[in-house]
Design a protein around this ligand. Structure first.
Ligand SMILES: [Zn+2]
Length: 213
């Protein structure tokens, strides 16, 4: 029994280690803020604890903003515009399924926030980002001052930005991958090949039958 528990723990640690997202410079370069004083616009900075380079918070906030803008756009869009589409899936039996990607994105965005924020963080997230309350109203409701409010907002943006990118197996960012229907593990698409004409072998003609005199 003890061995089983230890084995399960080790297996989970190994799976967590293998599924860890690897950030690299090309991933963050286009998202970094040019005027950022921490990463100087490069997107990566040295981690204080390990010394290894890690993404800057300005990258995470950029990811969050991109996802949040799409969320707002989809919420405001008239519902009759959304349509059901047949999409490729990674199922064992079926590779195609009907889905409403816009509504799925809205639900995913809310669920990711609810699962990864603490109760107090989610309260602020709900007031400010989902219900649209401005900082004055939030400060009055949550009994915070202006500085604490914006520090908390930046922290939530960075926290969720990382999660939105590192989410497995399907992340919400990049948005074109989410909405484009890219399926990981799916068989590669067949590229059109040049149709080759069958080579006709020259058949040896049988000798003409001799006429019997
Ligand atoms: Zn930065």
């Amino acid at each position: 029994m003890y061995k089983d528990v230890r084995f399960v723990c080790l297996q989970r640690c190994l799976e967590e280690f293998l599924s860890r997202f690897e950030w690299n410079r090309s991933e963050v370069l286009g998202l970094a803020k040019e005027t950022c004083t921490h990463c100087l616009g490069f997107g990566m900075r040295d981690n204080g604890n390990t010394g290894a380079p890690s993404p800057c918070n300005c990258v995470f906030r950029a990811i969050f903003r991109a996802c949040y803008h799409r969320f707002r756009y989809l919420v405001k869009t008239e519902k009759h515009i959304s349509r059901t589409r047949m999409e490729h899936t990674n199922g064992k039996e079926q590779r195609l399924a009907w889905g409403r990607r816009d509504e799925e994105y809205i639900a995913d965005f809310c669920i990711v926030a609810r699962r990864n924020l603490t109760a107090s963080e989610h309260k602020l997230f709900r007031f400010h980002f989902l219900l649209g309350a401005d900082w004055k109203l939030c400060c009055r409701q949550l009994k915070m001052n202006r500085g604490d409010f914006f520090h908390e907002v930046y922290r939530i943006q960075a926290k969720l930005g990382r999660v939105l990118r590192e989410l497995r197996p399907y992340s919400l960012f990049p948005l074109d991958e989410y909405f484009g229907g890219a399926v990981r593990g799916a068989p590669p698409r067949r590229t059109p090949t040049v149709v080759e004409m069958p080579v006709l072998k020259r058949r040896r003609l049988d000798p003409p039958l001799r006429k019997v005199a």
